[in-house]
Design a protein. Structure first.
Length: 441
């Protein structure tokens, strides 16, 4: 029987503690909504942080993340579970071309948006070539896999988490010892839910851990007088519904030369995502690579044309999937609908602002750590042989370049740590593979 475009989803009525829910399966409605809400919680910290760092509208970023996720869902036919959120790969380029100082609105946002749209177009064309070539000969995915084998993709995925580690640590340390202790309390809360709870609660460890941490933080601050109290006045004053700020793109060649190369990083991130999901589910998803690239590229083009950030398959949600072992693609469609609803709600934006910084910092430690481990999992599942000098050097150098945020400026092109690590891993593996390395005896 030929494969249909969308899978024939099968309902799972009961889940054993160690069971895996595959992409073509789905949970009862109440559990699916709860899992979707957890994915929204997992992504919104970074999805909102990225636009804030670039001077974009966070509510619009949330809205476009939901729309982008649905676009991706349609292009891959619901076969690759993924959430699309704001990409950190664009931050350096956007700041470079706009001169954004880091506070308030970005007054020169238009030129960045035009470059983001063109980056999405290049990314889409790459995906279309892979999609068409794979449909005809099946060799495009093999070529990408040859350029980016498990040792490379695992290192790139791990680097994404490690590169974000300083952001997590800075947020966790806050303004003093109390904030640092509250961040560690958040880590402990998530760990406690993961280890000592069972059933649905255990699967919702991120969401439940966040709620418990916020309650405990409020008790210590608002109740006992430590630290900075939780301010709820903004939530009460915010409107329930309202439009985010839309901005039209402006196309300038110089800005494009800085931001368009980010498309290669997005390809590597998306490839790493597909590889990570393949490893966790035990399914070979390589044949959907072209469709995944196109979905991500189209979503980036649409987001940039409306005033939003470039988007990418979100590693934070890989961390949630790794922790919950639930890979149902329908959960991500529900998460997208929740995000779209929240994007039209200024009150939701106020709720986000209300979450204490130390709690978000502690949650970032957990989620970014899970991203790094997801990269290491790719190595383990694919049995990467680190007795070979090539693999050892590629992984080692890539991790240090990314974790240390090693940046390069090549004329008008600027690469941050993730960019140099991505290109470095691909080029280094290619160069070291020119001569076949003998097996270790």
């Amino acid at each position: 029987m030929s494969e249909t475009y969308f899978p024939r989803w099968r309902k799972v009525t009961s889940i054993a503690p160690d069971a895996v829910v595959q992409p073509h399966e789905y949970l009862p409605a109440s559990q699916s909504v709860a899992m979707a809400a957890q994915h929204v919680v997992a992504m919104f910290g970074s999805t909102i942080l990225a636009p804030l760092l670039m001077g974009f509208d966070p509510n619009l970023a949330i809205l476009m993340s939901g729309i982008g996720t649905l676009i991706f869902f349609l292009f891959v036919g619901g076969r690759v579970p993924s959430y699309l959120g704001s990409s950190f790969a664009f931050i350096g380029g956007v700041i470079a071309v706009t001169g954004y100082a880091g506070s308030g609105a970005n007054l020169n946002i238009g030129v960045a948006l035009g470059a983001i749209v063109m980056c999405g177009l290049v990314y889409t064309l790459i995906g279309a070539l892979v999609w068409v070539a794979d449909a005809r000969s099946g060799g495009a995915a093999q070529l990408i896999n040859k350029l980016m084998p498990p040792v490379v993709t695992g290192a790139i995925v791990a680097v994404i988490g490690l590169n974000l580690a300083p952001i997590a640590a800075k947020g966790a340390m806050g303004s003093g010892t109390f904030d640092a202790l509250m961040a560690l309390m958040t880590v402990i809360c998530v760990g406690g839910v993961a280890v000592y709870s069972r059933g649905v609660v255990q699967r919702l460890l991120i969401l439940v851990g966040l709620i418990i941490s916020c309650v405990l933080y409020a008790i210590f601050t608002n109740g006992l007088g430590y630290g900075t109290p939780v301010d709820m006045s903004g939530v009460a004053q915010a409107a329930w519904f309202g439009l985010p700020s839309f901005t039209a793109p402006v196309f300038e060649v110089q800005a494009m030369t800085v931001i368009v190369p980010v498309a290669i990083i997005l390809v590597a991130e998306n490839l790493g995502h597909v590889k990570a999901v393949s490893a966790m589910t035990g399914q070979n998803l390589d044949k959907y690579l072209g469709r995944a690239f196109v979905g991500d590229g189209v979503a980036t083009m649409l987001s940039g044309s409306m005033g939003g950030t470039g988007v990418t398959t979100y590693a934070e949600n890989i961390g949630v999937m790794a922790a919950t072992r639930i890979y149902s693609s329908l959960v991500f469609a529900l998460a997208a609908l929740i995000a779209i609803f929240l994007g039209f709600s200024p009150k939701f934006g106020a709720v986000i602002q209300m979450i204490p910084g130390p709690v978000l910092g502690g949650m970032s430690i957990v989620v970014f750590g899970l991203i790094s481990v997801a990269g290491a999992r790719i190595w383990v599942v694919n049995q990467v042989d680190f007795s070979k000098s090539r693999n050892l050097l590629v992984a080692a150098v890539t991790l240090i370049l990314g974790a240390g945020n090693f940046s390069l400026e090549l004329g008008f092109i600027r690469l941050d740590g993730i960019g140099t690590a991505t290109f470095g891993a691909i080029l280094m593996h290619a160069l070291l593979s020119l001569r076949k390395e003998p097996d270790a005896s």
